[in-house]
Write a protein that binds this ligand. Structure first.
Ligand code: SR1
Ligand code: MG
Length: 414
């Protein structure tokens, strides 16, 4: 079928043209179509039977441009192929946390999948101050399983290199290189500053040679460290939750890159949410801020524990340890500790870049944008910039999240 753009008027006809057995509907006569307007890159729709709400699907299609920027910003539809491949990998290693895919077409750049209508975007829940008791447990499982099983510690060398070649996703990586690691750190037309944010706060990032040098290091690492198949854009709007379940969606930026980029993306967005609550002295906000810090701490140490368990179990069962025979007995342990120490440092460096881009760059987060009082927003932005720049330049010295949380708490007092 030749590619055309789906819209509210033609989408039911499109569904009817697909092999019926693959789809969820007993009839096409009473379908309601709703366009979903969030999301920067793609068009998405929910189609539901008005006779039976359980007959419902979520449809996503990539146009040949960046949706929010319009047709003047061409972008290949290759991203849908990356998303299809990543979803297929995620559903193999972590099936309980990925929506079920009913139909996919690379030619049509379309995915039809489970409508998660009993779940809400994580960012929305965090802004509302909702407690999610499973969050650290589930996200640490997702990170440990997806990152470990696509790494050189689990895959034979030839298979890993084939995965690197197959998962280039160059156009999406270029967007990240520009919009995450470059534009926010220079004075670029694509940036967007809160008018109430002081010039000195902006200069503390853009005119500080040490900060710029460390950001360039992170950008270089992003471009040159093919450790594992990443989600590639794992912020809190790429996660859907309720109190019992967590789903990870939207891996269209997926490529083989540094593990710390995925972990850092989550941590960055949790810290941004922290600053959006911590300025408020009500008991409710104080308690919620503490829960957020505790969740970040748990996310890291649970990830670390699960990743290490997968690693030692795999080496025992495969009888093929990454570093070869362990002659004196402690070499494996020593290497794993070194690896995790470096991964924490990478994670904090990427988290810092991701926090800063959401303040100085074009793509904002609702955690801060919800505040119409620009002075209050600027205060939170200044606190987050203060934390992020320190975390970035000192990232090698941290050995635990408790100390990073202390940095966040100190910054929240300025
Ligand atoms: C034009 S930048 C759009 C951003 O939205 C996505 O979620 C990615 O984070 C990307 O950088
Ligand atoms: Mg997305």
């Amino acid at each position: 079928m030749e590619y055309y753009l789906l819209n509210q008027a033609n989408i039911v006809g499109y569904l009817q043209s697909l092999p019926k057995c693959l789809l969820k509907f007993s009839s096409f006569d009473d379908l309601e179509v709703q366009e979903i307007n969030d999301g920067n890159m793609n068009y998405s729709f929910v189609v539901t039977s008005t006779l039976d709400f359980n007959q419902s699907v979520f449809i996503k299609q990539a146009p040949p441009y960046i949706k929010v920027l319009g047709e003047d910003w061409p972008l290949t539809r290759q991203r849908m192929t990356a998303e299809i491949n990543a979803l297929s990998y995620h559903s193999r290693v972590c099936p309980e946390m990925v929506p079920e895919v009913y139909y996919q077409s690379e030619a049509f750049s379309v995915l039809i999948m489970q409508n998660l209508n009993h779940h809400v975007i994580l960012r929305t829940e965090l802004i509302q101050g909702r407690y999610l008791p499973r969050l650290a447990e589930d996200l640490s499982t997702f990170l440990a399983e997806t990152l470990f099983y696509s790494s050189d510690f689990a895959l034979p060398s030839v298979e890993k290199k084939a995965m690197v070649n197959k998962s280039g996703n160059q156009d999406m990586c270029k967007i990240t290189e520009d919009f995450v690691f470059t534009y926010p750190f220079e004075h670029h037309d694509m940036n967007d500053y809160n008018p109430a944010l002081s010039q000195s706060a902006i200069d503390s990032v853009q005119k500080e040679p040490n900060v710029r040098a460390h950001v360039a290091q992170m950008k270089h690492l992003f471009m040159n460290k093919p450790e594992a198949l990443l989600h590639g854009d794992l912020h809190t709007s790429s996660v859907m939750v309720n109190v019992q379940q967590t789903f990870v969606i939207d891996p269209e930026f997926s490529f083989v890159g540094p593990m710390g980029f995925d972990i850092g993306a989550l941590i960055a967005n949790l810290y941004l949410n922290y600053f959006s609550h911590a300025h408020n002295s009500s008991t409710e906000s104080v308690n919620y801020s503490q829960w957020l810090l505790q969740t970040i701490d748990e996310l890291w140490y649970k990830f670390e524990g699960k990743f290490l368990s997968l690693w030692s179990e795999h080496e025992q069962s495969s009888q093929s340890p990454f570093m070869g025979k362990d002659i004196f007995g402690d070499s494996h342990k020593a290497f794993r500790q070194l690896f995790l120490k470096q991964l924490l440092s990478d994670t904090l460096g990427f988290a810092a870049c991701k926090m800063i881009r959401r303040i100085l760059g074009i793509a904002k987060v609702a955690d801060f944008m919800q505040f119409e009082d620009l002075k209050l927003r600027a205060k939170l932005e200044t606190q987050a910039l203060e934390m992020a720049t320190k975390m970035l330049v000192n990232r090698q010295s941290y050995t635990n999240i408790a100390d990073v949380n202390k940095l966040a708490e100190d910054a929240s007092l300025i």
